[in-house]
Design a protein around this ligand. Structure first.
Ligand code: GLU
Length: 312
């Protein structure tokens, strides 16, 4: 038998059983008759229809030009974050607030919905995916910070989240980050919450995986004591199984969500800043929020001010 490493735990059978159980719960509570969409998910009629810009051109953006030649945009997203970026395993369709932001940006750049290809990219691989041209832009709970700005560009922010904690409903010891000493806390590799735990709460026993859904699975099977990441993500998981999970304490960081673009493509970055501003003004941003992230329980906040930092 191998000893579980600090950062990688072996797969456990109970975990699998629980996933199946949760799937069953979701099937029973979340879905209507055969083939009907989940009740809690965004209903197509609630979502805005984004006007596709005609005759739009961005000659100074190499990313836009490459996408135009290809005939479609490739957008990096998440696929396991409820109400933000979720992929329906049956249809392969993506939904959530980040997906809506991605679509509204595409429309402003002159691309129709059928010209969008979504690609799932985990937290730790975002910078590389943008640098290697595997994706044109990224929309997936991506915190803007100075460190990342050395590697990629950011339009936005379009939303302000904050680091928080998810625990089992019967947990009484953990009420905030100061209660984490000696506790096993799970987060995603390469994420700002994982970095903050390492830096500011070194007494916590940090466990990292590629995705938060694996962390949540580990929480439900008592292999970790808490999951830590943005409140927006954790509230979504809690809303899916409120009888099992709860978000505790107050957010203890500021996580401004940006749209990641290849570094140096300032033309694309500014075009996305303009598109965000226009969609906040015309009501699309709020309508998209209400139909997606709003379903996890927080009313639409005012979007944060866009930081149109100088060309670099
Ligand atoms: N917003 C944080 C980050 O960008 C956490 C969420 C995530 O991993 O996507 O690292």
């Amino acid at each position: 038998m191998t000893t579980p490493s600090r950062s990688r735990l072996p797969a456990h059978r109970p975990a699998l059983i629980l996933v199946l159980l949760l799937a069953l719960v979701a099937a029973v509570t979340g879905c209507g008759k055969d083939g009907s969409p989940p009740v809690k998910g965004p209903q197509p009629e609630d979502l805005p229809v984004y006007q596709v810009a005609t005759g739009f051109s961005l000659p100074d953006s190499p990313t836009w030009q490459r996408a135009k030649k290809r005939g479609r945009l490739v957008i990096g997203v998440k696929e396991d974050q409820p109400y933000l970026g979720e992929k329906d395993p049956a249809s392969g369709r993506y939904s959530g607030f980040d997906i809506e932001i991605a679509k509204m940006m595409a429309a402003s750049l002159g691309f129709r919905p059928d010209q969008i290809e979504f690609k799932t990219v985990a937290s730790a691989n975002r910078e590389t995916a943008l640098q290697n041209g595997q994706i044109d832009y990224y929309v997936g709970t991506y915190t803007i910070n100075d460190n990342r700005k050395k590697q990629v560009g950011f339009a936005g922010p379009y939303y302000m989240a904050g680091q928080s904690l998810l625990v089992r409903r019967d947990e009484e010891d953990i009420k905030g980050p100061e209660d984490l000493a000696g506790k096993r806390v799970c987060s995603a590799a390469g994420s700002t919450p994982a970095q903050r735990l390492e830096r500011e709460y070194p007494q916590a026993d940090l466990v990292t995986y590629d995705t938060y859904s694996v962390c949540v699975d580990n929480l439900l099977t008592y292999q970790v004591d808490a999951v830590s990441t943005d409140d927006s993500i954790l509230l979504g998981y809690a809303a899916k199984v409120p009888e099992e999970l709860k978000v505790v304490g107050k957010p203890f960081s500021r996580e401004p969500y940006g749209i990641g673009v290849p570094r140096g493509d300032n033309a694309l970055r500014f075009a996305l800043d303009d598109a965000l501003a226009a969609n906040e003004k015309n009501g699309n941003w709020k309508k998209a929020y209400d139909a997606t992230l709003g379903l996890s329980g927080t009313p639409a906040p005012a979007p944060p001010a866009i930081d149109r930092y100088p060309a670099n």
